[in-house]
Unconditional design. Sequence first.
Length: 116
Amino acid sequence: VQLQASGGGLVQAGGALNLSCVASGITFSRYDMGWYRQAPGKQRELVARIRSGGSTNYVDSVKGRFTISRDSAKNTVYLQMNSLKPEDTAVYYCHARRMFSAADNWGQGTQVTVSS
């Protein structure tokens, strides 16, 4: 399993970024996909998840601002982040887990920095 994340960067508060994660080596339709983040000195937390069937869930702090989606034709999961806040600053990691499996697969992380 390979997960290649991209799209991070430096943006001012109120701005937007769109993260992408291309998955290879898997049957994409059988995997739940997600985005986690880890800020300095903090634990990694789930930001958003989209299940193989398309249902989504978000951490409360990003509801209404972030949108997760997936494109099965491109084996890609996206995280559209709008109205970014300085507290969104973190390394964002792509995550994949096969349905009914406990095995976690992680991408390399992409840095998101939001300046005030």
